[in-house]
Design a protein around this ligand. Structure first.
Ligand SMILES: O=C(O)CCC(=O)C(=O)O
Ligand SMILES: [Fe+2]
Length: 192
């Protein structure tokens, strides 16, 4: 496990081989086959270039790219993975899953800095290896990490305030990748 201290108090934990291969294989098959994958429109009405699904505690929903995603109830696979990541750092009540079907699927530069979002986000990758890049919002300093089968990346500290991250498209022939981001979302008490 590498612990990187980034500019302005960002913290990134990187463990390339967090999961043993057999366990990563089992989670990969279960999540690929048992997740309620959907493709959703993004902010400009185009479809997002990936499939998504969200799971979590009862009553948790998450606003993202202008849409509200009510969490489906936790599955035993997701609870097992959540416990493993919580043993490293964080405490989570929500998981957003992304499926990148090929090198054409991607996620653009963003920060998960919504006010209701906790500052520790645990991200597990399965399947094809893709680049996960981070960029400082003002200095534009950039670092690239390889997120492969069983890689854990935890973003913590002030990372979402000062840094953005992306999964760029690639022209290389790559297979499917599933990424899970575990988050802690504050309940919206004043929902009307
Ligand atoms: O796929 C990844 O590694 C990143 C996913 C991500 O940044 C997000 O879901 O907000
Ligand atoms: Fe993100």
């Amino acid at each position: 496990m590498q612990i990187l201290k980034l500019r302005n108090g960002g913290i990134l934990l990187y463990d390339k081989s967090f999961l043993p291969a057999e366990l990563a294989d089992r989670y990969w098959v279960e999540l690929r086959d048992q997740t309620a994958w959907e493709q959703k429109p993004g902010i400009f009405g185009h479809m997002q270039p990936r499939l998504i699904a969200s799971y979590g505690a009862a009553g948790i929903s998450y606003r993202y790219s202008g849409s509200d995603y009510a969490a489906l109830p936790w599955t035993s696979t997701l609870l097992e993975i959540k416990r493993r990541i919580e043993a490293v750092r964080g405490e989570y009540n929500y998981c957003l899953l992304n499926c990148y079907r090929s090198g054409k699927d991607s996620m653009g530069w963003h920060a998960d800095d919504e006010p209701e979002m906790g500052d520790v986000i645990g991200s597990l990758s399965l399947g094809a290896t893709r680049k996960f890049r981070i960029r400082h919002k003002t200095t534009r300093e950039t670092q690239t990490f390889l997120a492969g089968h069983g890689t854990l990346i935890i973003m913590a500290g002030t990372m979402q305030q000062f840094w953005q991250h992306e999964v760029p498209k690639t022209k290389m022939l790559v297979g499917e990748r599933i990424n899970l981001t575990f988050r802690k979302i504050a309940r919206n008490e004043s929902a009307c």
